[in-house]
Design a protein around this ligand. Structure first.
Ligand SMILES: Cc1cc2nc3c(=O)[nH]c(=O)nc-3n(C[C@H](O)[C@H](O)[C@H](O)COP(=O)(O)OP(=O)(O)OC[C@H]3O[C@@H](n4cnc5c(N)ncnc54)[C@H](O)[C@@H]3O)c2cc1C
Length: 417
């Protein structure tokens, strides 16, 4: 990192971003500012950093050098409390950072990796970890010298987490013997620490699940080969296999049987905020599309003068802005300590579904160039499609919204009595 870059990072950390010590009246305007200001200084600082440092590294797959630069800028430490080496930022601030990263670089996989680190792994550890576990891992996660992964999904159990078959068998001496296979664990090929969810009692479903935090080098843990996917290949994922892996009571995350709830609350935060990065990338794709619509001519006029094209751009703008509003609403509710289950599910749904639509529209606007791998948008579409599955599928998010609206309850007329 250059001297100027370090200075900028320091300026962002000290001046622009609010820290928890700032008075509440200053903090209260932040979500509103984030919603109203498309060029919010926190977002633009992150966008500038991403454009300069997280673009075109030429490295195939995961780039450890960039991970270190992002940590130096303060990304991984953004939501880690100051006493554990982080910046203790609020969810609104973190969303602004990730919106900026998504805007600044087309490397969606790398930004997704950073977001998954910040909003899934760290959240679970911060909310449920023991003091010893937090001291052991949070400072190195903040400084980027350690990388974590979060392993719940299995080859035969994704959405239905209560059906996981990885077992943590309690032993007479108080230890647990973990056996089973986890799938698609983001960053597992480069992870130093793994949060794994396993059942200690399959008959209890969700309530039989326990979380464990283990160093990846522990005997009995094997990381599979990196699986190629449709997009985001700078963020590797793989299977994680456990064979008679011994975990002690100190490795337990929270209490026995709390794993399902720890997972649900981490995913609730992840569902909303991880998509801030994708929302930022929607703005980048919108900008690319506007440029193309103005630059490209057909029948003697810019294609942007055809209503069929200009309306696509208008729809892209609407999708992006509505995703922004939902994400900052969820973030503000989270920062206030209020329930954000509905807002988070809506934010995830709107962003992930609309990002795919906008990337597809951008491809149409770019014509054949949009279909070539040398062009700027085909990778955007492949990357965007991942958002339909990670942090839970759209169908599961819709189920959640419908459940919160009590759609399935029997009808009773309120005027009948
Ligand atoms: C890029 C990426 C990164 C990921 N990273 C991680 C990670 O770090 N850690 C981790 O544990 N997992 C990770 N996952 C896995 C992800 O959490 C799962 O893909 C997701 O939960 C869905 O599970 P599944 O793929 O097994 O689909 P399934 O659960 O098999 O679902 C298949 C289809 O059935 C639908 N369906 C299932 N149940 C219902 C229902 N009740 N109602 C309506 N429709 C339903 C689904 O919506 C989907 O369309 C990642 C996935 C991706 C794509």
């Amino acid at each position: 990192m250059t001297k100027e870059r370090s200075e900028m990072a320091a300026a962002v950390a000290d001046d622009v971003m609010l820290d928890p010590r700032h008075p509440p009246e200053v903090r209260e305007t932040l979500a509103l500012d984030a919603m109203l200001d498309l060029r919010h200084p926190i977002k633009m600082a992150a966008a500038e950093f991403a454009a300069e440092s997280l673009t075109d590294s030429g490295v195939e797959g995961f780039d450890a050098g960039r991970w270190a630069m992002a940590a130096e800028f303060g990304v991984q430490g953004s939501m880690i409390p100051a006493e554990y080496g982080g910046f203790g930022r609020t969810a609104v601030e973190a969303a602004l950072i990730f919106e900026g990263l998504g805007l600044g670089t087309a490397d969606n996989g790398f930004v997704f990796a950073l977001a998954s680190q910040t909003f899934a792994i760290q959240r679970a550890l911060i909310t449920a970890g023991s003091e010893r576990q937090k001291r052991r891992w949070l400072p190195s996660l903040a400084s980027g010298t350690a990388i974590g992964c979060f392993a719940m999904s299995e080859p035969d159990a994704g959405s239905d987490t209560g059906a996981i078959s990885t077992i943590a068998e309690p032993q007479a001496d108080g230890h647990y013997l973990i056996n089973g296979t986890k799938a698609w664990a983001t960053l597992s090929p480069v992870a130093d620490v793994i949060i794994v969810f396993a059942t200690t009692d399959p008959s209890k479903g969700h309530w039989g699940i326990a979380g464990f935090i283990l160093e990846s080098s522990r005997v009995g843990i094997e990381i599979g080969a990196t699986q190629r996917k449709m997009g985001m290949n700078s963020c590797p994922f793989a299977e994680v296999r456990f064979t008679d892996c011994v975990a002690g009571p100190d490795d337990l995350l929270g209490s026995l049987g709390a794993g399902g709830s720890i997972f649900s609350s981490a995913v609730e935060a992840e569902r909303a905020f991880l998509y801030a990065a994708q929302m930022g990338s929607m703005e980048r794709i919108l900008n690319l599309s506007i440029e193309r619509a103005r630059r490209r001519h057909a029948y003697g006029r810019p294609i942007g003068s055809f209503q069929a094209i200009s309306h696509k751009v208008a729809e892209m703008k609407l999708r992006h802005e509505s995703a922004r509003l939902l994400i900052y609403k969820a973030a503000e509710l989270y920062d206030r300590g209020e329930s954000m289950t509905m807002a988070g599910a809506l934010a995830k749904l709107q962003t992930s579904e609309m990002a795919v639509q906008s990337a597809l529209d951008s491809m149409r606007i770019h014509g054949a160039e949009g279909y070539t791998t040398a062009g700027p948008v085909e990778a955007e579409l492949r990357d965007a499609i991942g958002g339909l599955a990670y942090s839970g599928t759209s169908e599961i998010a819709r189920n959640l919204v419908a459940r919160l609206l009590h759609v399935d309850r029997p009808y009773r007329s309120i005027s009948s009595g």
